[in-house]
Design a protein around this ligand. Sequence first.
Ligand code: NAP
Length: 339
Amino acid sequence: MSNPRVAIIGATGAVGRIALQILEERGFAMDSLRLTASHRSLGKAMTYKGEEIIIEATTPKLLAECDLAFVSANDDISLEIGVLGPQQGCVVIDDSGVWRMDPSVPLVVPEINADDVGGHKGLLAIPNCSTTPLAMTLAALGANNPVKRVIASTYQSVSGTGAAALAELNTQAAQVLAGEPITAEAYPHQIAFNVLPHIGSLKEDGYYSEEVKMRQETQKILHQPNIAISTTCVRVPVPICHSETVNIEFERPVSPVEARKLLAEFPGITVIDDPANSEYPMPINAAGTDATYVGRIRQDSSHPNGLVLWIVSDNLRKGAATNAIQIAEEIVKQRAWLR
Ligand SMILES: NC(=O)c1ccc[n+]([C@@H]2O[C@H](COP(=O)([O-])OP(=O)(O)OC[C@H]3O[C@@H](n4cnc5c(N)ncnc54)[C@H](OP(=O)(O)O)[C@@H]3O)[C@@H](O)[C@H]2O)c1
């Protein structure tokens, strides 16, 4: 049986680079690997398994010569390749937000809804990087005790905005420490030594788009459109990993002991919860790993059926590249590509 021919569209970006690394780490079997990026990167080389691969342009011919494409570029490219890829016989796994809520596009976290992969029509999407760890936590805890309401606040790293924002954090930190004037392009304000309660575009109801995505995507992945979810998304000057505080109200009471057990048993979740010894998940430990880490699990003092907890997850890995590659693994397992 042949293996898929694969492309990474946006291979030089924050997520694309990690995807290349994870394909190698996981030993993803491929008959060929093509890499594309913008005109700025054409002709440059990236290394896969010690071999150089030259960056190409994204053309219909390239897509026709591939079975699977990871699209990790920007909204315009995702809109275009989401249509062109399937037309050329190439299954697209899209990282952007443009296709996620399309009813014909499976939005997949394989630990939760791998069964949705089989229904694809050539295009699948990964969730937003702050949605994935929340959805996994709710899936773990809500299997036998339905979740009624969720209040979440996020602490999201700058790599969630891409490679340019990560570089800007480093530049600004150096500028502040040197007493130099700040240059700010990635965000409307300085991010170094600051926090911004603003991710995405403002909606009429006062929420920013990232907050709407967390709500709608979580409901879609869990197949539970009636869970009440309100989030506040905040950008913090952390390089990699998104953190979240989450208050969850269940139909019935759940003890922290029971919650720790359910979470520890769920695939992809690791519990680190020993606050007396100052042990809890933190970005500096979670960065570069694939688990969704949960800690600070306690009864919500404001509701008898409530829990409060703290989640940390690497936004470039499980929040993006790892999840996309897990979807590809499901497609291969189910032999669900187009040719
Ligand atoms: N960052 C995260 O944590 C995260 C998490 C989940 C989902 N996502 C989504 O993943 C996607 C990529 O995000 P990122 O953070 O990796 O962004 P990024 O660091 O800004 O990288 C963007 C990539 O797109 C490439 N690109 C630009 N124009 C292109 C074109 N015409 N054809 C092909 N490639 C082109 C860039 O190439 P050059 O290097 O040549 O400019 C670069 O490789 C976005 O849709 C984002 O919403 C990101």
